[in-house]
Design a protein around this ligand. Structure first.
Ligand code: FHN
Length: 423
């Protein structure tokens, strides 16, 4: 399978849901609690007895992801605490053996498939229970056991759950945070690890966090274009330090902000992986649920602007504070069609500038209604009139513009030419 073939569904999707769920969810202080509070492993392990997610929680995640308009999910099968949500021959510290005694990963993959979603698995290479992670020179046997555990468990995940579409590694960095990727790859023997994964799952997409490059880059809490590969930007709905359930979480992003990030990702030809941190019983809290539902409602009418989008050269900024000379909003594109995603509705007339490509037709994407326009080929100004005075969609209204070719930005040879322009 070629890279393009493997990436096809991922490119079409543009939007996925990340799920951080583990023992840390019981504490409600984020997924780093074991380490940030230096809770000794035997004491932390006692939490497993109380890990009793409600039956059917995976179904709830999948239904919520589908209602949000996501096309895939990524579940933390094991985070840095080392607790596996799957049955493993290589660990007794699992949800299959303790607490609920259920294979949550199996429930999750089945629920995802039943909801028509692609299946992504997250696996943290590091496991805080191993001294050899923190001090590999001092505890070489522990380091060896840790790496062996990763091989054995990744093999289990790639063997026991049918087709896995996406593998997201994490936690490959060294405990002193020196961030040297070639050294991560050496520590984890990642080339060999990934060769095994690709042999077991030839169609899989793998992220670059094991130290080798693989298929996608996954920047956190920002949306940006890929530096070398396609990008999947992952982000929390609340603050950046709270991927796992964080009971008191003050800074929820609004549905408008989440949509702005999604559209910005689509504008750059990348994906947006939006995280939820289910409650101890696996349910999704209202603050997250209502925002995901709002994004889903918007996507119902406007997904044409998002799925399989290509990057667009026309002027427009998606985020507040980033002023690309057009405050109304960004453009996404599919071949010769541009989708102007307007967050700051201008009123009855919308004006785009520096449009170099002839315009054929203008409609509102959600309704299909056509609007009159004038395009001046000399100065590149596109003026659309007869629009509603108020924003047709409270979140973002999309104007679909059909061009006579791939829409291009007009270069201004003389930056002052507009001052006394007459046509
Ligand atoms: O340390 C983790 C963090 O808890 C979270 O899982 C994120 C998600 O991408 N990744 C790590 C930090 O890079």
């Amino acid at each position: 399978m070629t890279y393009e073939e493997r990436m096809k569904w991922f490119n079409e999707a543009r939007f996925g849901i990340y799920i951080h769920f583990g023992l840390y969810s019981l504490l409600g202080r984020g997924e780093w609690t074991m380490y940030s509070e230096r809770i000794p492993a035997p004491e932390y392990a006692k939490l497993a007895d109380s890990f009793l997610p409600a039956p059917g929680c995976a179904k709830e995640w999948a239904e919520t992801a589908r209602a949000a308009g996501a096309k895939y999910m990524v579940l933390t099968t094991r985070h840095h605490e080392g607790f596996c949500l799957f049955d493993s021959k290589y660990s007794d510290f699992t949800s299959a053996k303790l607490g609920c005694k259920r294979d949550i990963v199996r429930e999750y993959v089945e629920a995802a498939r039943a909801a028509g979603l692609k299946v992504g698995l997250y696996y943290s290479l590091l496991d805080w229970r191993f001294p050899g992670y923190f001090e590999p020179e001092k505890y070489p046997e522990s380091k060896q056991a840790l790496v062996q555990q990763a091989f054995d468990q990744v093999r289990e995940l790639m063997t026991n759950y049918g087709q896995i579409d996406l593998l997201e590694y994490d936690g490959a960095w060294d405990a002193r945070y020196q961030f040297r990727r070639p050294e991560w790859a050496k520590f984890w023997n990642s080339a060999e690890l990934n060769a095994m994964v690709r042999e077991l799952q030839p169609q899989i997409i793998i992220n670059d966090r094991s130290g080798t490059d693989e298929d996608i880059e996954t920047p956190e809490q920002v949306v940006r274009a890929g530096q070398q590969r396609m990008t999947e930007s992952c982000m929390c709905i609340g603050d950046s330090c709270a991927w796992g359930y964080t009971r008191f979480n003050p800074n929820w992003k609004s549905a408008e902000q989440l949509l702005q990030y999604l559209i910005q990702a689509a504008q750059l030809g990348g994906n947006y992986l939006l995280n939820i941190g289910p409650c101890p019983d696996g349910s999704i809290r209202n603050e997250e649920l209502e925002r995901l539902q709002a994004v889903g409602r918007w996507l119902k009418d406007n997904e044409e602007a998002i799925r399989n989008s290509q990057s667009c050269d026309l002027i427009g900024a998606s985020q507040p504070g980033i002023i690309d000379l057009n405050l109304q909003g960004p453009w996404t594109r599919k071949d010769n069609v541009g989708y102007w995603c307007i967050f700051r509705w201008p009123g009855k007339v919308a004006t785009a500038v520096k449009v170099a490509t002839p315009v054929k037709k203008v409609t509102l994407l959600a309704t299909g209604r056509e609007y009159p326009f004038v395009w001046d080929k000399n100065n590149g100004k596109l003026t659309i009139s007869g629009l509603p005075a108020l924003p047709p969609d409270p979140l973002a209204s999309v104007i679909k513009v059909e061009f006579d070719g791939i829409p291009r930005r007009m270069e201004e040879a003389d930056l002052s030419s507009w001052i006394n322009y007459q046509n």
